[in-house]
Design a binder for this molecule. Structure first.
Ligand code: COA
Length: 142
């Protein structure tokens, strides 16, 4: 990531969070969902474009502080992708875990196709366990 961008510790605003998810192709979320969850992560970072002040990337980590750490919300606006923003966010989150968690952290994520090469570069490998989910759908998110 070059000097056009600045990594900021903590989550983006609720509005930026919702916009980033939708624009990057992640499942869209409503403002009430984002407002309820935005401060709930164990660690988070977002990236701002210095010239415009616009939030262009983000990532968060859910964790128990002991050994379970789950990375979520990795997203970069399409027009800012392939400039090292996702790598910078991932480095920050993994670095925070390495610095603050006891030895032996288990860092997991559900890898969508666009993120797989990035995660593999950081050493993530497939697990033998298969992720499962139970979705409570609403008309807005179905
Ligand atoms: C996955 C995602 C967050 C990656 O964000 P990003 O900011 O493009 O990430 P990076 O720029 O750090 O890395 C992406 C690629 O660009 C390359 N890259 C990094 N800096 C670069 C540069 N200056 N010039 C050219 N390529 C560069 C990286 O090597 C990397 O290549 P690889 O994927 O083949 O390893 C982004 O593609 C995205 O938002 N996708 C849609 C949402 C999504 O699916 N998220 C993942 C959910 S699990």
């Amino acid at each position: 990531m070059d000097e056009r961008y600045q990594l900021v510790e903590g989550p983006p605003s609720v509005e930026d969070y919702v916009a980033l998810r939708a624009s990057s192709g992640l499942r869209p979320k409503r403002l009430d969902q984002a407002a309820a969850g935005i401060d709930g992560a164990w660690a988070a970072a977002h990236v701002v474009e210095r010239s415009t002040g616009k939030t262009v990337g983000m990532g968060r980590c859910l964790g128990d502080g002991g050994w379970y750490f789950h990375l979520i919300d990795m997203a970069t606006l399409p027009e800012h992708q392939r400039r090292g923003i996702g790598s910078a966010v991932l480095s920050y989150l993994i670095g925070t875990i390495d610095a603050e968690a006891p030895e032996g952290a288990f860092i997991s994520l559900l890898a969508d196709a666009p993120g797989r090469p990035l995660y593999e570069r950081f050493g993530f490998t497939d697990t033998t366990s298969l992720g499962m989910a139970l979705r409570r759908t609403t008309p807005a998110t179905r």
